[in-house]
Design a protein around this ligand. Sequence first.
Ligand SMILES: NC(=O)c1ccc[n+]([C@@H]2O[C@H](COP(=O)([O-])OP(=O)(O)OC[C@H]3O[C@@H](n4cnc5c(N)ncnc54)[C@H](OP(=O)(O)O)[C@@H]3O)[C@@H](O)[C@H]2O)c1
Length: 284
Amino acid sequence: MENTLFSKVLVTGADGMAGNYIDFGIKTNRRSMDITDLREVLSVCRKYKPEAILHLAAETDVDRCERDPEYAYLVNGIGTYNMAIAAKELGAKLVYISTAGVFDGTKEGSYIEEDVPNPQNYYGHSKFLGELAVKGTLSNYLILRVCWMMGGGPTKDQKFVAKIINQIKNPNVTEIKAVTDQIGSPTFGKDLISAVKILIGKNETGIFHASNTGIVSRYDVAKFIVNTLRPEVKVTPVESSYFNLDAKRTKNEGLVLKKNIMRPWEEALKEYLETEWKPVFNKI
Ligand SMILES: NC(=O)c1ccc[n+]([C@@H]2O[C@H](COP(=O)([O-])OP(=O)(O)OC[C@H]3O[C@@H](n4cnc5c(N)ncnc54)[C@H](OP(=O)(O)O)[C@@H]3O)[C@@H](O)[C@H]2O)c1
């Protein structure tokens, strides 16, 4: 039953960090289906007739989105609308992965599903546009908000974990810097895909937060990585202003989950480092 269900799921962005953990269904990437090309989207979806679409494809480079908002809107807004149109035509469920970056980061405490979005950069705006496209087009949808994706290992990870490891793999590095004034809820892509399976399996609909549990600063995550891989390296706390980035980062991307579908971030990060980074750390 389960195998039949997931064999009929079409996945976009299957070559990305979260897509790395997909072990089911019809996997597509930019070459086989460009989500910004409506004709191609419809043609591929009509060919496979999925019962659900797991839409992972996105422009996730927050600074690129800030430099080129039209491109961010094209991929994350229109691309998602295209997937919603295809899902509607086929009567398929659409699972859209959104971000804690739809919130403005000013809340005291962590964000719940019902909090009102108020994005502060173009990545956040474009992903929120994607949420609106999904909600405005379909009733059979899941919007899963996540934060600080971890996953894909040395070949695919381009985010925070890889950035820290790329610094400390250099034996000459004795100190790195990490910010203390940004908090969030890290999300292991492998756990996210498990949560997607649970929610599809239970035929849930609506908005769910799906990060690993716990609220932590970038500094805390960096310290955890360093302690696991090269404990002799010093992690010096700095403020966000130390790094001159194109896109404004919000101070608070902490998420709480209405459904208990994810484990604590430390367990997830430990597994990610132990299984995907430690075995190759001395060779990268
Ligand atoms: N990464 C994070 O920290 C984070 C945080 C919150 C939410 N999310 C969301 O989680 C989802 C999965 O993220 P991820 O971390 O797995 O991202 P990722 O590693 O950047 O993967 C995204 C994939 O989308 C593909 N893609 C981009 N433009 C496309 C297009 N026009 N047509 C088809 N495919 C296209 C990319 O292909 P190319 O490699 O060819 O560009 C890439 O393989 C995304 O919706 C993202 O917005 C991510």
